[in-house]
Design a protein around this ligand. Structure first.
Ligand SMILES: Cc1cc2nc3c(=O)[nH]c(=O)nc-3n(C[C@H](O)[C@H](O)[C@H](O)COP(=O)(O)OP(=O)(O)OC[C@H]3O[C@@H](n4cnc5c(N)ncnc54)[C@H](O)[C@@H]3O)c2cc1C
Length: 484
């Protein structure tokens, strides 16, 4: 018997989300967080519609609208104001939520903290810095020191390092890290506007080689301006409040119109850990991957990590799957994170150009290929390319929003079919309606088996294929389950 089922190291947005997802499945969770109090400064400013659906699965869906403001679009402009790229965001979205939701990150973390408090079995120990991990045959011991340097050891069956970019857990595991060597420093200026002001489009990237600049919404009444540090420019100079005001003045942002909440520089990097699981210890969020924020996918990727991990850990803890299921977590999420990192770096390489000749060449190429009307948002949630999927059309894709498409295993089927095994996984059986029928039709399927992270495990046409699909899941989970 261990003190707890899962120790989560770090109570940032990723650790906090995982803690809630596990605790609401009835698991005992202890979160160890070194900061005595919540961190009050934002890093992320937005999340996409699919991430909104995943966050809603923690039980905070009804509160998200109050802390977010939908973004209407993202435009890239040349230094002289010509449009390079124009993306229109839908406010209804494929996932039942706006395509892009700007937010104040601490407000999101407050919602998660309030939800955590309401869940029995979930303990958050603040002011506890994890300093040692000892992995054994059947579980792990984690040692943390409190603010008085008093050590405390907690035993758990699993440990998840959600301890951010400089992760102690990752260092402890000593896993190799792939670093793309992308490194640019940017000044972030977070402001609260004194008077409401509409920005159309909400998000703008000014590809000016004299000063690459980003303007984004960051929740109701707030905005962020970001300015790239130029070669040879002093970081100390950049970090002064006067510099922030000077750089924002051309946008009509002055001490008369706005309050500067903070200005600070961040170094954007691109890297991922090559292994996300060693024994009973796993990594998620920034501990596992870092990306420049140009596609707004860092936190979103972390939320996808823990959505993928939570249901697998739950099945393993409940004896409904063998521990090898957790290897599919690494396989699936590392591939997706790598894809998001490469896409973000590609955007960064276009944005962070300070050579005027190179910028002019870029502008001409992009303008020559540009189509007139705004594009839709590129799909942020990538289909699984391997891992726990059944070989069938549509396997791995993300199921769109529709009636009955809710967290948990879902069998969308027009067949008459009964499976004790699926029942043991609390699978909801849903008859496809007008909204979801086209989704099944796209794959010529009469059944779609959805995993709790909204990815399609597999599709089937007819009862015989459906039986084979379900048998495959049973076999792949690798645990003793009720006979059919
Ligand atoms: C400028 C900027 C803009 C961004 N914009 C976006 C965006 O718009 N959209 C988006 O999706 N992402 C964005 N991101 C990325 C996003 O902010 C991060 O991916 C996200 O905050 C990571 O969350 P996390 O919980 O993994 O890590 P963190 O938020 O870093 O949390 C880690 C926690 O672990 C704790 N910890 C560390 N070590 C220990 C230890 N030894 N013991 C106990 N606790 C420990 C820390 O105190 C911290 O609370 C942006 C990032 C930056 C820098």
């Amino acid at each position: 018997m261990t003190d707890t089922d899962v120790v989560i190291v770090g109570n940032g947005p990723i650790g906090a989300t995982l803690a809630v997802l596990l605790a609401q499945r009835g698991r005992r969770v202890t979160v160890l967080e070194r900061r005595p109090r919540p961190y009050k400064l934002p890093r992320a400013t937005s999340f996409d519609g699919e991430t909104a659906r995943l966050l809603a699965a923690t039980g905070i869906g009804g509160d998200l609208a109050a802390i977010t403001a939908p973004a209407n679009g993202y435009q890239w402009q040349t230094a002289d104001g010509r449009t390079l790229l124009d993306i229109a965001f839908s406010t209804t979205g494929r996932y039942g939520r706006p395509d892009a939701n700007t937010m104040h990150q601490p407000a999101l973390e407050e919602l998660l903290a309030a939800r955590a408090q309401a869940l029995p079995g979930l303990t958050v120990l603040r002011g506890h810095e994890v300093v040692a991990i000892a992995d054994g045959e059947s579980g792990v011991e984690v040692t943390a020191v409190d603010e008085d340097e008093v050590p405390r050891t907690i035993s758990a069956r699993w440990v998840v390092g959600c301890d951010g970019a400089n992760s102690f857990v990752r260092e402890h595991l000593d896993v190799p890290v792939t670093d793309l060597g992308f490194s640019y420093e940017w000044l972030l200026c977070d402001v609260r506007l004194n008077e409401p002001r509409e920005f159309v489009p909400t998000n703008v990237q000014i590809c000016d080689p004299a000063r690459p600049t980003t303007l984004v919404g960051s929740g109701p009444g707030r905005r962020r301006w970001e300015f790239m540090r130029l070669p040879g420019e002093s970081a100390a100079e950049l970090n002064k409040d006067e510099t922030a005001w000077r750089l924002m003045a051309p946008f009509g942002v002055t001490p008369d119109t706005a309050t500067l909440l903070r200005s600070t520089t961040y170094i954007f990097q691109a890297r991922w850990a090559d292994r996300w699981r060693v024994g009973h210890v796993l990594l998620a969020g920034d501990a596992a991957h870092l990306m420049p924020p140009f596609a707004g996918q860092g936190m979103c990727s972390g939320i996808r990590d823990v959505t993928n991990l939570a249901w697998k850990l739950d099945l393993v803890l409940g004896g409904l799957a063998g521990p090898s299921l957790l290897d599919s977590y690494e396989e699936e999420r590392r591939a997706a994170a790598k894809e998001a990192i490469l896409a973000s770096v590609q955007l960064g390489r276009v944005i962070c150009v300070t050579d005027p000749a190179a910028a002019a060449a870029r502008d001409e190429t992009v303008l020559a290929n540009r189509r007139g009307k705004p594009a839709g948002r590129p799909e942020p949630a990538s289909p699984l390319t391997g891992g726990l999927v059944h070989e069938s059309p549509g396997a791995g894709v993300v199921v769109p929003h529709g009636p009955g498409v809710e967290p948990g295993f879902v069998l969308l089927t027009s067949e008459e079919y009964d499976s004790p095994f699926l029942a043991s996984l609390d699978t909801r059986v849903v008859r496809p309606d007008d909204v979801l029928r086209p989704f099944l039709a796209r794959y010529g399927a009469t059944s779609v088996l959805m995993r709790p992270d909204y990815h399609v495990f597999g599709t089937a046409t007819g009862v015989a294929e459906l039986e084979a699909l379900v048998d495959d899941l049973q076999h792949r989970l690798g645990a003793a389950v009720p006979a059919r």
